[in-house]
Design a protein. Structure first.
Length: 359
């Protein structure tokens, strides 16, 4: 059955073509669901026909890329950047076959973005659109044959690159203390697991093991974008926070953190895990605590810095952070260490020794 009804929600179509699922919900009537399904089947048939020729309409390719980002749980910010860049490209070129887009057309589009906005905006669009075309080429179906954005250089920018600051343990204490009571558990779990915020969002109770004192975090941050679970040992603080949440949990909810939200597509209030960052909450909390604003990612950096500065071995830090490649951890820690100050301290100490003075 490709169209079915769910009480309290409506009708939904759901079908498979060559191993790929196509579904949409919720329609008020069965007729509307069947009509939408028929249109979707036509669209899929057209996509497959063009894919067989190594080509695809720009709109279809970009929509497939956005679906892929959602399915593989990329960050909310990356999805939005890709979506807005895709819309700008469609507005500029129209829904043309990808094979007709030349490198000159790609460059002219980026120049238009820079004129309208800034070089930074042009570089951002270049990055995500180039990635979309590369993805369409690498897929098993080989939707398209060429990437017109490949090889295009970034635009020079006079905006200085800011060095990201890492919060100290004391600053994190102040941030959590200043947070509202309902937000503190979320901040504690982020801090004590050193997880990416999206990993905390998808954390389920079945992945919390109180007996063996660990949590399992799911990540897609690997070469093949496949789901990978890693175990993070519980600190005493993490155990206490999760145990209090567990005792007060809603047994009908499988997620540790969930919320009610309005779904613009279905026009209904729904319940589910957090599907984005809690950035506004964090900005307000940092301001209330009287500290600089730090992103959730800097919570990870702070924890890694504490481990690194106190002799933790690199493989252990790598496993906790969930880095598939050791080099990622090395680069990550290199940014955290105050290498410039350490180098100058050595220079100052050694250059001031007696007998080493210069004329």
């Amino acid at each position: 059955m490709t169209v079915y009804f769910k009480a309290g929600k409506g009708y939904r179509y759901d079908f498979m073509v060559k191993g790929k699922r196509h579904t949409k919900a919720w329609f008020k009537t069965k007729r509307a669901a069947k009509a939408a399904e028929a249109e979707k089947r036509k669209e899929v048939k057209r996509q497959l026909a063009m894919a067989a020729q190594g080509d695809m309409d720009l709109l279809d390719m970009l929509n497939l890329r956005l679906d892929y980002l959602l399915e593989r749980a990329y960050s909310d910010s990356h999805y939005k950047k890709s979506k807005y860049a895709a819309q700008r490209l469609l507005d500029y070129l129209g829904n043309v076959p990808c094979s007709t887009i030349t490198r000159l057309m790609a460059d002219e589009f980026l120049m238009a973005v820079v004129r309208e906005s800034t070089p930074v905006a042009g570089n951002n669009d270049l990055k995500v659109i180039r990635a979309a075309f590369s993805w369409a080429m690498k897929r098993g179906q080989r939707f398209i044959q060429d990437n017109p954005f490949a090889g295009l250089e970034s635009f020079p920018s006079d905006k200085p690159k800011e060095k990201k600051r890492t919060p100290t343990s004391e600053e994190l204490d102040r941030i959590i203390e200043a947070a509202k009571a309902k937000d503190r558990p979320y901040l504690w779990v982020l801090r004590e697991t050193l997880a990416r915020s999206i990993e905390v969002h998808r954390l389920k109770w079945k992945r919390v093991n109180f007996e063996k004192r660990y949590v399992e975090l799911k990540t897609y941050k690997n070469k093949n974008r496949e789901p990978v679970l890693r175990q993070v040992p519980m600190t005493d603080q993490l155990y206490d926070v999760l145990w209090e949440l567990f005792k007060d949990r809603d047994p009908d909810k499988e997620w540790v953190f969930w919320h009610r939200y309005y779904n613009a597509e279905t026009r209904r209030m729904e319940e589910g895990p957090y599907n984005g960052g809690r950035y506004k909450m964090l900005q307000t909390t940092c301001k209330r605590a009287g500290v600089d604003y730090y992103t959730f990612h800097r919570f990870r950096a702070s924890g890694a810095s504490v481990m690194d500065n106190n002799g933790a071995l690199l493989p252990g830090i790598q496993r906790v952070l969930g880095h598939a490649d050791r080099r990622s951890t090395e680069i990550y820690l290199e940014k955290l260490r105050d290498v410039e100050r350490d180098a100058m301290d050595i220079y100052e100490r050694e250059s001031r020794k007696k007998g080493d003075k210069v004329a």
